[in-house]
Design a protein around this ligand. Sequence first.
Ligand SMILES: C[S@@+](CC[C@H](N)C(=O)[O-])C[C@H]1O[C@@H](n2cnc3c(N)ncnc32)[C@H](O)[C@@H]1O
Length: 372
Amino acid sequence: MRHLSVPSAQTQRWLELCRAHNWSSNEAGVTRLEGGRNALPLNDSAPDATHQVWEGNPHVEVSVQPKEPNHWLKHLDPELTLQFKDFWPRSYEVQGDVLIVKIEREVWDYGETIADAMLTQLPNVRLVCADLGVKGEFRVRDLHPLASRDGTVTTRTRIKENGYLLWVDPSEVYFSSRLSNERRETLETAKRLRARLERPLVVCDPYAGVGPSMGALLNENGLVSGGLVGDLNPQAFTLLEMNIAYLSSRQKDANGNSMPALKPMVVSCQDAQEWAQNADHIATVDLLLVNLPHHSIEHLPGVLPLLKTNQTTVLRGWAIVETASTDIQHDEIHNAIHALGGIIEAFTFKEVKGFSTTKSFMCFEVWLNLPA
Ligand SMILES: C[S@@+](CC[C@H](N)C(=O)[O-])C[C@H]1O[C@@H](n2cnc3c(N)ncnc32)[C@H](O)[C@@H]1O
């Protein structure tokens, strides 16, 4: 293929010039030549080598390997691609080695073809599943396996988030990587509370799912001294136990030394509202997380008694609310705390950005002090 040979230091300038005139070929990249020069691929519309625009830089023939396709669609038959151009999936989600994709009805018959193309393009994906919506009491995703790299169709997989590993299973348990920023903010809040209390924290995450928030907290040296962690979904509980065991075993104290397994870390498969029915758990928690977005606020009276009394504690929760009624929800959070005689030291109620829903996905954080 015809290339323009230029001194390497001028590569960018010539690339820009060729692109601006549509003279670049996108069938190859820049090739390094001997003698401190680079070769830029040209297409047929570029002027010939004698043209003064090249400022004396010669044209050379460089044999190029065809560029690897950079999109799964390029592994499909071009005619087919064109025929259904408005219906191919435009996005997908990957959890560990499982890819989840919504397939439009018009191309459903090509589900396996799509999945094969995705497996070809994405070497780290083992299983491609069609997302059929949500199912069951815990509203987890209904996934239909389309193609597997090694014949296995289990959706249990392991992801890495913010430096720690978590077992997840998108067809059994809720997990959203989109909330990893929220978990980072939970960590920052927890560090501020530790600084205020001058000691590690007891944390309660009673709607823990597979435990991603605990991952963020346990991964921080010397932050957590104990916890109450649970989920009502038995499948979530199985993965939660595995994740907490792994995270606890790696826990370090404030000096970075390994810590013995946390004695007071209770992991349970139960309704969040039941924790406070056990007298042993009442008034034991410094940081309480409430993540049941459609019901978080109405659940508050049942979980607030877990917070310690006569000291600063933090309640952090997430709620999906009608955008028009955020004031009402705001008041309900206040009321739940005032009903216990609590004093609110600081309150934030803000929308979580980037969450595409017609309603608002809100995060509330309350620094409070409950009386004994
Ligand atoms: C929105 S998910 C949040 C999971 C996790 N905190 C996260 O951020 O990935 C809510 C979780 O609450 C669990 N759940 C639903 N109702 C519950 C209840 N009454 N008590 C405890 N857990 C419940 C669900 O199984 C689900 O795992």
